[in-house]
Ligand binder design. Structure first.
Ligand code: 13P
Length: 214
């Protein structure tokens, strides 16, 4: 079997995702890019029961190999890998605070400078569409324009980064922002940073990332 170690890393990241409190049960799904396309978690199988051979290898046309069915959300994973060349791993989860906002159809505005971690001055919320559909994938791609994360209305959140560990860290950070935004909304009206300041922060983030990668 090809990619045994990477398949195990995908499972380990899914288990860490649930331990972190941003997801539960067999909700959510994870994938990682490989030469042929991507490896993705199987549909409906609890991560604790998942073995490397249960991970599904998919190509970018929707073809797949494996004994299990790929995640029902394989369309948005495939479409993101097709459109976003920098995407090395994708995580979809149902984090409680992100999902609270998503159930109100709300994204996350620039109430805190760390919102820039997702690549722009806000984190959008994609419109509702039934899970697993092409319509959902189309809405997700739009919400992700110039962003590495978005919320999914009445559903959850999704994010991408170069590789698995960074993708999980981004997901945890977005959930933390969603929690603080909900808390701030509960006791008052959060102050928003303006576009100019967010541009400034984004520039500082680019420098900060460069330092981190040397
Ligand atoms: P899968 O088990 O098919 O990945 O579905 C979980 C999910 O969260 C659908 O949005």
């Amino acid at each position: 079997m090809k990619y045994t170690a990477l398949r195990q890393r995908l499972i380990d990241t899914a288990l860490a995702m649930n331990r972190s409190g941003i997801n539960q049960g067999s909700a959510g799904n994870l994938s990682v890019r490989v030469e042929e396309g991507f490896l993705i978690t199987p549909s409906a199988l609890p991560y604790e029961e998942c073995r490397p051979e249960d991970i599904v290898l998919m190509d970018l046309n929707g073809g797949w190999q494996g004994s299990r069915k790929p995640s029902s959300e394989w369309r948005f994973h495939r479409d993101i890998y097709r459109q976003r060349k920098e995407a090395g791993a994708i995580l979809h989860a149902h984090p409680p605070w992100c999902t609270t906002l998503a159930c109100l159809g709300k994204g996350i505005p620039p109430f805190h400078y760390m919102v820039a971690v997702a690549g722009g001055s806000d984190i959008r919320c994609a419109p509702y569409a039934t899970f697993g559909t092409q319509e959902l994938s189309n809405g997700v791609l739009q919400a992700l324009e110039n962003r590495n994360a978005c919320l999914l209305s009445n559903h959850g959140m999704l994010c991408l980064d170069k590789e698995l560990t960074r993708t999980l860290s981004l997901a945890v950070e977005v959930e933390n922002l969603a929690r603080i935004y909900c808390q701030a909304l509960a006791i008052g009206e959060p102050l928003l940073l303006d576009e100019r300041e967010m541009e400034h922060v984004l520039e500082r983030f680019r420098e900060y990332r460069q330092q981190g990668s040397t």
